[in-house]
Design a protein around this ligand. Structure first.
Ligand code: SF4
Length: 490
């Protein structure tokens, strides 16, 4: 086992949490075959808590490991292609691509070969071990299940120009947590890898590769200026390669086409997007899904950056049968299910900074809402245990931020409640300064009822509804209790 130089877990860089050791298995492209699924399920049963969590980079986490994963198991994982052949680079973030790469009927190009090429390049170039564990790269093929606006340091997004496919280069800079911005640079597909290599090298030249806390690419670009960073990277390649920076939107939500039944570009075949509540999959569910994929599809499961998964290559006449089998596993495939767009950070069991048990609260809230309200549109509800906001409030319709307050003689745990996304204020508009979890389900159910009763029409989303009102009107519409006076945050 290597010594971790990063706060991010890896297969060879485990970190400890309150509930045991946490190990992350990096899944390039998010695709798992039957043998890989069965092996990981065995590890989770024998060494961990009997479940796996899909992360927002389509990795898998095994939690509650008591004594570590032994060397034979690590070697077997490497043989199965689930651990980097070079352990010194295994900590680097998973390479993101659309989970429908290669099957998306609207995609311009299959991005799976680009993921493999960059993964191989990292493995073969040990100096890249100096990259921050958070150095993140995404490839978007221009299909309907897009990862273009997912948070990555560097994104290559396919477009069509005059009948040819190019990749636009997007970079993350400016404010933390925003979608990457279009640099205006167009690349031919075969230029992506060399450009990526030089972008990584320029980044390495501007950080202390041996320092404990490595600066993010966003911070380096903010210091250098985006044009200087690009000049340093592109001058060796082609001078004056870039033009004006186009505007960019920041809407990042679960794509509707990543959940439910959808046709593939391969005639007669369908994929089915399955909702995993907060990304969790019990090992018995994982084995059954892997067997189901082998029986009806091509044997693969595809993990998504929205912490769900796809079963692919299902012949049309067997789609209904597969849906029934998925439902029998206690899972569902509805895009408007409240759990589809539910996000929670690790919470108290997984992170010492957390004020609240975010995951348990999120699931309890979702169960309550499922029994009290039917949605026609997904609503993004995000729980973070502290202001670091790992649950990515920028993408939320409703944000719950865990806090502790000192009230008379006791410390109370609860949430600040915000609506709307970062366009309103940092976390959205604050409706409540403090609510206990016991009060939360009724408050949110009422908010959703107000929205359903007063929206302009069935097509108006929660976010569009919120944007029609000013802050005073929102408070009058949505609040159902008086805000307690805070003594102090703890
Ligand atoms: S948001 Fe805060 S509490 Fe939650 S995982 Fe991140 S650092 Fe920990």
């Amino acid at each position: 086992m290597l010594t971790a130089s990063t706060a991010c877990p890896g297969l060879f860089y485990n970190i400890s949490a309150q509930d045991g050791i946490l190990s992350r298995v990096r899944i390039p492209g998010g695709i798992l075959d039957n043998e890989q699924c069965q092996f990981i399920a065995n590890i989770a049963d024998n060494c961990g808590g009997g479940y796996v969590d899909v992360t927002n980079r389509a990795n898998l986490q095994i939690r509650e490991i008591k004594t570590g994963i032994n060397i034979e198991i690590l070697q077997r994982l490497q043989e199965l292609g689930l651990g980097s052949a070079n352990p010194t680079v295994d900590h680097i973030r998973n390479i993101m691509t659309s989970p429908t790469a290669g099957i998306d009927p609207q995609e311009l190009i299959d991005t799976q070969p680009f993921v493999k090429a960059w993964d191989d390049y990292i493995t073969e170039h040990p100096h890249l071990a100096g990259l921050s564990a958070k150095f993140s790269v995404g490839f978007d093929g221009g299909g309907k299940v897009s990862v273009q606006n997912c948070v990555n340091d560097i994104t290559f997004a396919a477009i069509s120009e005059n009948g040819n496919v190019y990749f636009q280069l997007y970079l993350s800079f400016g404010e933390k947590g925003k979608a990457p911005k279009n640099t205006g640079i167009l690349l031919k597909p075969d230029e992506c890898l060399p450009v990526l290599a030089v972008l990584a090298d320029v980044y390495l030249d501007h950080i202390g590769v041996t320092s404990q806390r490595k600066r993010r690419l966003r911070e380096v670009i903010n210091d250098l200026g985006v044009e200087n960073y690009l000049c340093l990277a592109f001058q060796p390649l082609v001078p004056n390669y870039f033009s004006q920076l186009p505007a960019q939107t920041d809407m990042i939500t679960v794509p509707a086409d990543s959940i439910g039944i959808h046709p593939q570009k391969q005639a007669g075949l369908f994929y089915i997007g399955v909702v995993l509540p907060l990304g969790r999959l019990e090992t018995w569910q994982m084995r059954r899904l892997a067997d189901l994929a082998a029986k009806y599809g091509n044997g693969n499961l595809r993990l998504t950056p929205w912490q769900n998964l796809l079963v692919t290559d299902i012949p049309k006449k067997q789609v209904a049968e597969v849906e029934t089998e998925i439902t029998s596993l206690g899972l569902n495939i509805s895009p408007t299910n409240i759990k589809t767009s539910l996000v929670a950070c690790s919470g108290k069991r997984g992170c010492a900074a957390s004020a609240t048990e975010t995951k348990d609260h999120a699931l309890e809230l979702a169960d309550y809402l499922e029994n009290h309200i039917t949605l026609e549109h997904p609503i993004n509800i995000h729980f973070s245990g502290c202001v670091k906001s790992c649950a990515q409030h920028q993408q939320a319709d409703i944000t719950l931020l865990g806090v502790r307050i000192q009230s008379e003689n006791e410390t109370m745990e609860g949430y600040q409640l915000y609506i709307g996304d970062g366009k309103l204020q940092k976390f959205g508009y604050q409706l409540y300064e403090f609510v206990t979890f016991a009060e939360l389900p009724k408050i949110i159910a009422k908010m959703l009822c107000v929205y359903k009763n007063q929206r302009l029409n069935l097509n108006e989303s929660f976010r569009e509804f919120v944007y029609r009102y000013d802050t005073f009107q929102l408070q009058r519409l949505f609040t159902v209790k008086s805000i307690p006076k805070l003594k102090s945050n703890v």
